[in-house]
Design a protein around this ligand. Structure first.
Ligand SMILES: N[C@@H](CCC(=O)N[C@@H](CS)C(=O)NCC(=O)O)C(=O)O
Length: 220
């Protein structure tokens, strides 16, 4: 029985490929192209949530990045990429693991919808939404000023959960990281990890990870 990772190109599902690579876990990778920007019908048919990532493992089909990461860690990681409850860094690990989808991804995706609405530049709600995103980035930058990785000294699943909102998702929300030097050095550390390089080249061949201050031209 082999775990299959269903990956939508240029998307949050890179997290699961990265997790499997860091764990040296055997897995099959199925890649789905965006059609044109949303998930393809084949991917949507796999799970009622209709979003990537999705995994299949025997007769189990699971969606939601957080649930998938927890499933793989619990079933296959033997304690790797996690901080044990007995360790001092455990609350930090939990906090940053959940910060990824609870705050960071949410604030980034919310600002994408406001950008697409093309409201007048002084729209107070858009300003508030952008301020929330920048606040989340400031918190990350402060954390990374003192710590190599989000949970502290060790690279963990908390890093795997957060990075996509700082990198690939900037194809959809072209925000700058110029004001966040600690995030930028962190992304250089991320980019030099063999597991990350393998994951990105397998999931999105030919795509250069967005690790610098400026985001490229938006995809939409
Ligand atoms: N909360 C979900 C969000 C997943 C999600 O929105 N995935 C996007 C890719 S980044 C997707 O599949 N979009 C295609 C679509 O909505 O059709 C998770 O963390 O897995």
């Amino acid at each position: 029985m082999v775990l299959t990772v269903h990956h939508l190109t240029r998307s949050q599902s890179e997290r699961i490929i990265w997790l499997c690579e860091e764990l040296s876990l055997p897995y099959d990778l199925k890649i789905y192209q965006r059609s044109p920007l949303l998930a393809s019908p084949e991917l949507k048919a796999l799970h009622p949530l209709e979003t990537a990532p999705i995994i299949t493992d025997g007769d189990i089909t699971l969606a939601e990045s957080g649930a998938i990461v927890e499933y793989i860690l619990t079933k296959y990681a033997h304690g790797k990429l996690q901080i044990a409850p007995s360790e001092k860094a455990y609350p930090d690990y939990l906090y940053w693991l959940h910060f990824a989808n609870g705050t960071l991804q949410l604030s980034v995706s919310r600002s994408m919808y406001f950008r697409l609405l093309k409201l007048p530049a002084d729209n107070p709600i858009e300003k508030m939404v952008i301020a929330k995103r920048e606040h989340a980035l400031k918190l990350l930058d402060e954390r990374l000023a003192e710590n190599e990785w989000l949970a502290g000294k060790e690279f963990t699943a908390a890093d795997i959960m957060n990075v996509v909102s700082l990198t690939t998702l900037r194809l959809f929300v072209p925000y700058s990281l110029e004001s966040y030097p600690n995030i930028l050095s962190y992304l250089q550390r991320v980019g030099s990890r063999e597991g990350y390089k393998r994951a990105m080249s397998k999931g999105d061949p030919g795509f250069e990870p967005i690790l610098g201050a400026e985001a490229p031209k938006p995809m939409m």
